[in-house]
Each structure stands twice: as C-alpha cells, then as structure tokens.
Design a protein around this ligand. Structure first.
Ligand SMILES: Nc1nc2c(ncn2[C@@H]2O[C@H](COP(=O)(O)OP(=O)(O)OP(=O)(O)O)[C@@H](O)[C@H]2O)c(=O)[nH]1
Ligand SMILES: [Mg+2]
Length: 309
C-alpha cells in the first residue's frame, strides 16, 4: 500500500467567526450550515478533505462563548471536546470584528470570546494555527496591527490570513495542514466528504434555509429532524422533515401567511438536496410545537451533545 497520511484538525473560534464557511471551503463541498446568525453549528460536524496522499478530517465546532443555558453549555463543551485526539488546532478569528472598534454588540462579543479561547488554549498548552478570517473586509494596515498583537500572545505556531468566503488563502492553509499531517491510514474512503448520514445532512440543509429566512423572528429555537426517507423506484427519494419550534406563535411565523415561508424554505432546501445527493427529491416539511425541547435529554443524544455538560 502506498504511504498514507491522516490528520484530525479541530476548528475552533468565537460564534460567527466563519468556521463552517472555512470547513466547507477546505472540503470543497457543503458539509456544514452557514448563516449570518451566531450559534449556527450545534454539534460537531466532520468534513473530510483529500490532498494527494493526505486525508484531513476537519471538525467544525459550535462557536465558543460564555454559556448560560443548558443547551449553550452543551454546545461549548462539544467544541472543546473536539481537541481530544486532534493532531492540529485551528483558531479562526473574525478579523473584521476585531478592527471594527465596536465596544458593544456582536463584534465586541466576538473579540471577547476569541480572547477567552486564546487564554484557554494557552492554559492547556495547545499550540495552534491562527487563522485570521474575513480579511476581504479589513483594510491592510489594521490587519497587520491585529496580526502583530495576536502573534505577541506567543501561542500560535503559524498565522494565515484568509477569506473563507472568497477562497483567498484557503489553499495555503490546506497545504500547511497537509504538510504537518502525521503518517497513518486514512480513516474514511477517499471519495467521502462528510461522516454524517444523509438524513442528518438533509436536516442541516433545511435548518440553514429556515434560519436564513426566519432569522429575525425565530432566532435559535429551531430544530429540524428527518422523520422519514423513502427510496422511490424511479431513483428519487421522498423526505419528510419536522421543524420543531418552541411556541405556537413561532409555528405561525415558520409557516407564514398562506404558507409562504415554509414553501420558500422547502423550495430552497429541496434544490440544495438535489445537488448534494445528485438525485430528484420530494421534500415535505411539517412544523410542530415542542415546548421545552431545550431540556429534553433524548434530543441532546441525537445531536451528539452531553446533557450534563
Ligand atoms: N466577508 C466575509 N464574510 C465571511 C467570511 N467567512 C464567513 N463569512 C460570513 O460570516 C458569517 C458566519 O459564517 P459561519 O461559517 O456560519 O460562521 P461559524 O463560525 O461557523 O458560526 P457558528 O456556527 O454560529 O459558530 C456568514 O454570514 C458568512 O457568510 C469571509 O471570509 N469574509
Ligand atoms: Mg458554524
């Protein structure tokens, strides 16, 4: 057998830093949901990238922030748990949030959360690669100043400047990660891009479309599950999914006037599923109220989260 190299790479960062966008860019396929909202990624998502003889298993994590609710604690714990067994750690920093100079709001949260991650990595003595993302949205001098400041932390082995969105620097990062990968057998088949089953990916696709459409009215109280997946003789698949919301008022919002919202979400999701699975899809979406889902043990298990975190 030809020599093989394999590395598990944990991708860590504050909410909205662009971790999922980066993992998708490295894999070259959509494996993780991306939205403008923070806390899009709920559990660990593994994307798989191949570069010559090297297989990189990229673990996209939920954003790390100061958690208050049980569900938030579980997400943050899942993110840190990705470090166990990782061969490399990438800390993604939203450079545009750092140079915006905002003292309040989302950007200031991002800066504080990111500083807390640096401090914890230092304390755990985990050498990591600093990835300054969103450089497309930052003026050069400000970027250099920020780089100098973060390098001064003495924690990072490398600094990469990238735009996960337009692809700048992503190839260089892939090359760096591949060069550092230890020798070892590939853990997944060569042509596989993610380790989650199709029904999980299908649920993620719908959740992304729903969050993008409803983001102002329905911030985080949304869970999507694939209820049924039926193979049809003509090669197509019929997929039934349930969107769980926390209240009746949210159910009305998700459905929209004359069912407009849910129809639009279903249309976008179906198109993306047809691309992802390379086949015709018949998608049926149902909206249900499930009060208090954030306290349900079984749900945490299905999402791969630890209820007691
Ligand atoms: N301008 C710019 N925007 C970016 C870039 N990368 C990501 N974004 C945007 O930043 C937002 C957040 O991206 P995500 O990839 O969902 O961020 P995340 O870190 O996975 O977020 P969570 O899962 O919520 O922690 C989206 O609106 C992206 O389009 C970039 O390189 N440049
Ligand atoms: Mg994400």
């Amino acid at each position: 057998m030809a020599e093989q190299f394999c590395a598990v790479v944990a991708v860590l960062g504050a909410p909205n830093a662009g971790k999922s966008t980066l993992v998708n860019a490295l894999v070259g396929a959509k494996v993780a949901a991306v939205t403008k909202k923070v806390q899009t990624t709920r559990a660990l998502v593994r994307g798989i990238a191949m570069r010559n003889a090297v297989q990189l298993i990229l673990i996209d994590t939920p954003g790390v922030f100061a958690p208050k609710r049980r569900f938030d604690r579980a997400m943050v714990a899942a993110a840190w748990s990705a470090l166990e067994g990782a061969d490399a750690v990438v800390h993604v920093v939203d450079a545009s949030a750092h140079v915006s100079g905002a003292k309040t709001g989302a950007d200031s949260h991002s800066v504080a959360d990111s500083a807390a991650i640096t401090a914890k990595l230092k304390q755990m003595e985990i050498a990591s690669i600093l990835v300054l993302n969103k450089v497309d949205a930052v003026p050069r001098p400000a970027l250099l100043e920020l780089t100098a400041k973060l390098v001064g932390e003495g924690l990072y082995t490398d600094v990469m400047m990238i735009s996960a969105k337009n692809g700048d620097g992503v190839g260089d990062l892939l090359k760096l990660l591949a060069e550092r990968a230890p020798e070892g057998p590939w853990l997944f088949p060569e042509d596989q891009t993610m380790d989650a089953p199709a029904r999980v990916l299908a649920a993620e696709i719908t959740r992304e479309k729903a969050m993008q459409r409803l983001h102002d009215e329905l911030p985080y109280d949304l869970i999507v599950e694939t209820e049924a997946w039926e193979e049809r003789k003509d090669g197509s698949a019929k997929i039934d999914q349930i969107l769980f919301v926390a209240r009746e008022s949210q159910r009305k919002i998700a459905i929209g006037a004359k069912g407009q919202s849910i129809k639009a979400i279903g249309e976008l999701a179906r198109k993306e599923m047809e691309e992802a699975f390379g086949r015709r899809i018949h998608l049926f979406l149902h909206v249900k109220v499930r009060e208090g889902w954030s306290e349900e043990r079984a749900l945490y298990q299905r999402l791969g989260l630890d209820y007691e975190a």
